[in-house]
Design a protein around this ligand. Sequence first.
Ligand code: NDP
Ligand code: MG
Length: 389
Amino acid sequence: MKVVSILGSTGSIGQSTLDVLRLDRINFKVFALSCHSNIKLLAQQTIEFQPDIIVVNSANDREVILTYLEGKANPDILFGPNGHKMIVEADEVTDVVAAISGAAGLTSTYHAALKGKRILLANKESMVMAGSLIMRQAELSHGLIIPIDSEHNAIFQVLNGARDNKAIQKIILTASGGPFRNFSAEMIKAVTVEQALKHPKWSMGRKISIDSATMMNKGLEVIEASFLFQLPAEKIEVVIHPQSIVHSFVEFVDGSLLTQLGCPDMRVPISFALGYPERIPSGVQGINLTEHESLSFSNPNHALFPCLNLAYQALEAGQARCVALNAANEIAVEAFLECAIGFMQIHEVIAEVMEGVIPQTNDELDAIIDLDKNIRIRSHEIIAKRVKS
Ligand code: NDP
Ligand code: MG
C-alpha cells in the first residue's frame, strides 16, 4: 500500500490528486493533507479521506477548521512549515505530492528529498531554485522524483527510468502558447488580468495561469527539465503545439523521436506518478484520434514572449540567476494580478532584477532562501519605482 501526504491538497493539482485517489481506496492511504487559506475545502477533504494529520497555517485556523469538521473527523492538526516537515518526514509516508505553488514549496520538497521519499513533483519552482541540491539529496537518500508536470512526465514515461543521456540528442517541450498565442504586439500590451487567467486548454491555479500566458511557465519548465534529466540548455527546445495532446518529445541519437499523448487533463500524469511503476486508472478518457484531423507544431514567438529567453539566460548563468528569475517572476505576477503593472512589464521587471544579481552558485538551502528573500525586496522596489513614474 502507498501512504501519501499531499502538500497543497486544496489547489488544482491537489484536488486532481484526490480525484485519482478516490478511485482506489484500497491500495492508497491518504496520510496527510494541507492547505494555506482554503480551510473550508480542507475540512471537506478531511471528512471524506480521514487523514491522520492535516496542516493549516496557524492556531487560529485550527479553531476554524474544528468548527467545519463538526466532529466528523479527528486528525492531528499541525501548523505551517513545521507541520509540512512532519507530514513529509513521517516514517509511514511513502509518497509525497509536492503541489504547493511557488517558492513556498521549496523547503518541504527539500525535506522529502532528504528523507528519500518518492516525490511526485508538481512544484516546479523548487527545482528552478534548488534543482542540483534536490537531485543530489534525493540520490544520496535513494529517493525517487517522479515529475507530475505533464511535459516532464511524458519525458519520464519515454525514458522509463533509463539514465543513458548519451543516447539523447535533445528533448522538445511542447507548449500550448497560452491565450495570447495569436495576438499582435499592440494587442498584447493591453491584455487584462481576466484574459490572462483564461487558459485555452488547461484549468490551473492563478500563478501558473499567468506564467502560461507570458510563457514563463515554459521557461521554468526548461530549467526544471535541465535538472531532472541532467541536460544542458542547448539540448532542450520548445515548440508550440496548441492542441496540447502531445506532451513533449525525446529525440535520440539515431533520429528516433518518441512521445506520450493524452488528453490535457492533469489526472493523467498524476495517476502515472501515483501508480509508478504500475499503471492505474486516472478517470480520464483516452484520445479519439479521428477527432483530431491535424496536430500542429511551430516555433515560439520570442519577441511577444520574452520570458522564455530570460529563463534560458538564467539557466546558462547559473543558480543565483535562476533564483532571481523565479522570485522576480512571483512578485511581478502578483503585481500584475493586482493591476499595479501591465502584462508586458512583467518581463521588464524580471530582466532588471536579474541584471543586478551576481551569477554565482551556493546551493545550501539557507543561502538559497536568503537570496530569494533579498530578490523579493529588490523586485518590490523596482515595481514601486515603475508605478510612481
Ligand atoms: P493552486 O494555486 O491551485 O494551488 C496551490 C496550493 O498550494 C493550494 O493548496 C494552496 O493552498 C497552497 N499554498 C499556496 N501558498 C502556500 C503557502 N505559502 N504555504 C503552504 N501552502 C500554500 O496551484 P496549482 O495546483 O495550479 O499548482 C501547484 C504547483 O503545481 C505549482 O508549482 C504549479 O507550477 C505546478 N503545476 C500545476 C499544474 C496545473 O495544471 N495546475 C501543471 C503543472 C505544474 P490554499 O488553496 O488553501 O490557499
Ligand atoms: Mg507543464
